[in-house]
Design a protein around this ligand. Sequence first.
Ligand code: 13P
Length: 339
Amino acid sequence: MNRKELETSANAMMVKGKGILAADESSSTCKKRFDSIKVECTEENRRVYRNLLLTAAGSEAYVSGVILYDETIRQKTNDGTAFPAYLAQHGVLPGIKVDTGAKPLPGFPGETITEGLDGLRERLTEYYKMGARFAKWRAVIDIGAGIPSGYAIEANAAALARYAALCQEASIVPIVEPEVLMDGDHTIERCEEVTNTVLDRVFTHLYAARIHLEGIVLKPNMVVAGKKCAQKASAAQVAEATVRTLKRHVPAAVPGIAFLSGGQSPTQATEHLNLMNAAGPLPWALTFSYGRALQENALNAWAGKPGNLASAQSAYLNRVKLNGLAAVGKYSASMESAA
Ligand code: 13P
């Protein structure tokens, strides 16, 4: 483990005014996104779409890193440059999703355990050689009747810690992503309660696994009400509950926190991030690592048509710029219509 290198990469990911693009959808998740715009999910179409996002000129002003999928890290831009090399040339850190997905947890109906530890050491060595300087592993915690169980939380926290240790051994910064889903009808209070427990268990396991906290990035959910909850929480409530929860569990040694968007609309995700940063000061950098909230407008503008490339890239650029501003508390809703 090279602690200095880990810290340098983590700090570069968390540089002020920038955040991370999550473009690491597995081929099956990508198919869902492409189905919504009626585009066939072929390897070439996935490459064309990722090329659109990754080569959007000027995005490097707001994007410090991009999370790639195993297929994507091996693909090339239109002019034949490997994606990780292209990103590095533009001062953007290449990252890689290394978990192999959330699978049913035996004995615990409705709950999952994230897999991918077997052979991970060797895969990380290969990814480092390909240019990856950070990785991602997503644990999924669902809220419902009688769930989550303590066992599911514990098993996922333990896997996250083992993943993080393997990453750090390979001088790759682990993004530690415990996602409490916003599906369901639970209240914001219930989300806060579960997120508190999950973060408590995750940091206990990270400490026990001797993780160098200065060389990780946390990727949590925001504390929000379930999508089907009748009582909607205001943006101010979300920002307040999220910061309160994070302050209780995330040591100041951690350089930064980059949220997932989790099903929030693009504008909600930006507004929430902005409110938290505007209310500062905070002990860590607070930014975005959005997938859907950064891509939704661009995906719809593209619709699989080559002629839409410029408008799709401009939709993406607009979104990363607004989130870059939110990462320093300088976004306002009026900027949406001005765009
Ligand atoms: P969303 O922002 O769409 O939730 O995706 C982020 C991510 O990387 C999920 O693992």
